[in-house]
Write a protein that binds this ligand. Structure first.
Ligand code: FES
Ligand code: FE2
Length: 299
């Protein structure tokens, strides 16, 4: 349960009143005071109970009448991140988010029968474009994945490669200034457990697109997908940003069509459970990092 206090800060508490464990999210919040909808206990912004109406004005407040708060709460990229226990990782920074030459657009939030592990795997996967994304950008994409390196740093990694593609959106192609087949650099950044970024630099036509992908598991079978775009090539046009978001939604739906059909939604973390090729180096690294991350979380 989350609410914003007058200073603008977020407060996040377990959705359970300490009295009879009623859902606090049904309560009200006025002047930084949160009131439970059941028996009207009132809590200040630090989560301490300050009034129990049933006991009148002479009430002695039990010391345990305090709301249960998570280890950390932080806001970033227009989202609120909550760590129930002390986090193993700082929040990831998407550089484009702090660069005023970029416009930001948010995709609608998706909820799907899918798993965060498999969707992270899918986001990092470079070999599925010409098969899964024939309806959007995959048409005519090279099937062969060029050689690339993955650089791990703790529970993060980065991989970058350049490839040729047909830039059908570039007006410079029609104008005869640039060839249709151009080069772009794709840089993937992964940050455990489920924060992902893809930076696409158009090396011939100029411009950079960044896609942020933030996955929140809801339970073993459902995930929520928060995704944002940062682009520095739209000349401030909200209409072009809306088109870019629509396109990205179609791309995510192409992925989900397949991802939601996995019978077993668990991402195998043992490297012998699946077959890996040199094209899968990046998604193999995902399994290794998540394996170590889970071990560290359980330590
Ligand atoms: S359950 Fe919240 S006041 Fe009783
Ligand atoms: Fe995809």
């Amino acid at each position: 349960m989350a609410f914003r206090v007058a200073s603008g800060d977020m407060r996040v508490y377990r959705d359970q009143c300490p009295h009879r464990l009623a859902p606090l999210s049904l309560g009200t919040c006025e002047n930084n005071v949160l009131q439970c909808a059941y028996h009207g206990w009132r809590f200040d912004e630090s989560g301490r109970c300050i009034e129990i109406p049933a006991l009148g004005s002479a009430a002695t407040i039990p010391p345990k009448a305090v709301l249960n708060s998570p280890a950390r709460v932080a806001e970033s990229h227009g989202m609120v991140f909550v760590a129930l226990d002390e986090p193993l990782m700082p929040l990831p920074l998407i550089e484009a988010a702090n660069n005023p030459s970029y416009m930001k657009g948010d995709l609608p939030v998706f909820t799907a029968r899918a798993s965060a592990g498999l969707l992270a795997d899918n986001f990092l996967d470079m070999a599925h474009f010409p098969f899964v994304h024939v309806g959007t950008f995959g048409e005519g994409e090279a099937k062969e994945v060029p050689n690339y390196k993955v650089q791990r740093d703790g529970f993060t990694f980065e991989a970058s490669y350049e490839h040729q593609f047909a830039n059908r959106e570039d007006p410079g192609v029609d104008a005869g200034i640039r060839p249709l087949v151009q080069t772009r650099r794709l840089t993937y950044r992964y940050h455990a457990p489920f924060h992902l970024e893809l930076e696409i630099e158009f090396l011939d036509a100029g411009g950079t697109n960044v896609i942020g992908f933030f996955l929140t598991p809801e339970d073993d079978e459902h995930v929520r997908i928060y995704s944002s775009l940062w682009r520095n090539d739209l000349e401030g046009s909200l209409e072009r940003m809306a088109d870019a978001i629509d396109f990205e939604v179609r791309v995510v739906n192409e992925d989900l069509r397949l991802q939601s059909r996995y019978e077993d939604l668990a991402l195998p973390l043992e490297s012998t459970a699946e077959l890996h090729t040199r094209a899968d180096k990046i998604t193999l690294e995902l399994r290794r990092v998540l394996h170590d991350f889970v071990a560290a979380a359980n330590a």
